[in-house]
Design a protein around this ligand. Sequence first.
Ligand code: HBI
Length: 362
Amino acid sequence: MLENSWKILLISTPVGPLGSGLGGGVELSLLNTAKSLKQRGHRITVVAPQGSVLDGFPLVEIPGQFQPIAQNQSRDALIQLPENAVLSNMWDYGRKVQEDYDLIVNFAFDWLPFYLTPFFTTPIAHWVSMASLITAIDQVVLAVMAQFPGTVAFCAHNQAATFHPEAPYTCLFGGLDLNRYQFCQEPGPALAWMGRIAPEKGLEDAVAVVDQLGIPLMIFGKIQDADYWQDIQRRYPDAPLDYRGFLSTDALQAGLREARALLMTHRWMEAFGNVAIEALACGVPVISYDRGGPAEIVRDGETGWLVEPDQVAGLVGAIARLDEIDRQQCRTQAEQEYSLTAFGDRLTQWFRGIIAARSDGA
Ligand code: HBI
């Protein structure tokens, strides 16, 4: 069924400008949401903090102070709003222009957009981008799920479960422009690790493994916690590390595709794992802790290996079995489950329900 062309406003995360890497996976998710919807004839406008870069879409840049990142706060943290917050400035803009849109999509993992939902006339679709972290945010997410059924989506089931949802919800997983990722049949000797370099991502376990095995490790990602990065290098001065930096997708995949495998060593309940589907898109098997979104992405023994969380020995065992994985199967899984078309199907199914409910005056 072809829905008519929707006008959709995407309001980004307030923790940093698009293109800075501070928004982590949300940056890629927002870009691929816009691409997959545009591919279907919908009209997209993006609202994001000043300094954002986003090729190919109308971008409204909003000034203001970035929001403190939620993962550094305690579970009983109070709700914060810095002075001249870009978060409230973005949503003030959204309120002013809402009549021009059929739907607004919220990408912020913050209390305010959820709290504002009943005060908006245009429906808001909320994409929850992390697992439960702060009780005050959990409560407002569950309140919106109860009052506006069907409007809240998660990345994956393990993440959604951390909120103890009482109502049905959508899982979006993720999607990529697969044309930007080139399959590689014959890798080099190195392994790869990708992500924000911060404690919750567990880089030290990947470094411990390559230090033990003497296998080079390519590291891609933004150094978000410099002390954490320095500490790892001090603890493993001889580890064969090859830090590649925070790269554009084109430069990233040119290096990633050469990897024998991607190691995912996340400490926290990784909501999804965009880096896992980027690896699969290049034919790179994923060796991951059996935890969170990656555990729902990797087909154990077929497109990678799932190992006991926080056990370096498990990673070593999986690396020894990499030859059992067919790299073409990895690319095929990405094409079947994470193409812009497959992702767009999940998005438009989610949106159709919200727009229909609101137009029924629900
Ligand atoms: N913290 N307060 C806050 N708001 C966000 O939107 C947010 C965050 N921390 C991390 C983050 N978003 C993204 O990097 C992850 O959701 C992927």
